[in-house]
Design a protein around this ligand. Structure first.
Ligand code: ZN
Length: 263
């Protein structure tokens, strides 16, 4: 491991490390993240089952792990209104740093689009009410997400397009909303993604780092389980794309993340 990562603070703004994939070695994995300079890890919720796992990890690692609350678009199905009501009630029990992850996913299931849009709008409303950022999951759904945001965006709404893999035009649209950033993860290290060209056109003030662990593992571990310590590989790749030092990338993306999530 390269020494400079010990000196700096990295933030993994999107990580599902509370999932069972880490049950065997969660402590070691958290140690590796700390060794890699990852001081904070933000945890997006998925569904009702993931909630206790996420809360437990935040209780075990206070000041490192921070929870979000929201219903993942892939888990929006009939009866979702009741699930949302339960999730909404949780905001009075403890502090959440964001409403997430929410959005629209048309890769896995197009038949639930209407419900996904409805759930997205409801949760957008929470963010406005509670003055929290939103963390958006957009998969094959930029047009649908943008058409909701075009109507709902206002000067108070803010958030992150997590695992941004869009083109330049889509990046410009995100920036034009005013208070939105893009989460850059392992896909940046995949040669064919073309994301390396797109990030060159995005000013640093719009970028935060993430892993989306256990998914989307960066090179050199592509195909294996992802973990928060690997955010350093994303940091290195972004430094290369932007022609900046790893240190600069770490400093700017961490300060962006702290600002966005008000920590
Ligand atoms: Zn996620």
């Amino acid at each position: 491991m390269r020494d400079y990562f010990r000196e700096m603070m990295l933030i993994d703004t999107h990580s599902h490390i509370y999932q069972p994939q880490f049950n065997e070695d969660r402590k070691e994995m958290m140690n590796r993240a700390a060794q890699a300079g990852v001081e904070k890890i933000f945890l997006p919720n998925i569904d009702l089952e993931s909630m206790p796992l996420m809360h437990q990890l935040c209780d075990d690692f206070p000041e490192v792990c921070y929870p979000m609350m929201g219903l993942h678009p892939c888990d929006v199905k009939s009866g979702f209104e009741e699930v949302l009501a339960i999730m909404r009630s949780k905001f009075s029990d403890r502090k959440y740093i964001a409403v997430g992850e929410i959005g629209i996913d048309l890769y896995w299931d197009k038949t639930t689009l209407d419900m996904q849009i409805e759930a997205f709008k409801v949760q957008l409303g929470w963010a406005k009410e509670l003055k929290l950022p939103i963390v958006i999951h957009a998969r094959e759904s930029f047009d649908e997400i943008f058409s909701v945001l075009d109507k709902e965006n206002d000067e108070t709404l803010r958030g992150v397009f997590h695992c941004f893999t869009g083109n330049l035009e889509q990046a410009q649209k995100v920036m034009a909303y005013g208070n939105f950033m893009m989460g850059i993860g392992g896909v940046l290290t995949y040669e064919k993604s073309g994301l390396d060209k797109v990030v060159q056109e995005i000013p640093m003030e719009y970028l935060v780092l993430e892993t989306d662990s256990p998914y989307l593992t960066p090179k050199p571990f592509r195909g294996k389980r992802n973990e928060s310590s690997y955010v350093k590989y994303v940091c290195e790749k972004l430094a290369e794309c932007k022609g900046l030092s790893v240190d600069e990338i770490g400093r700017i993306t961490s300060s962006n993340a702290l600002k966005m999530f008000a920590i």
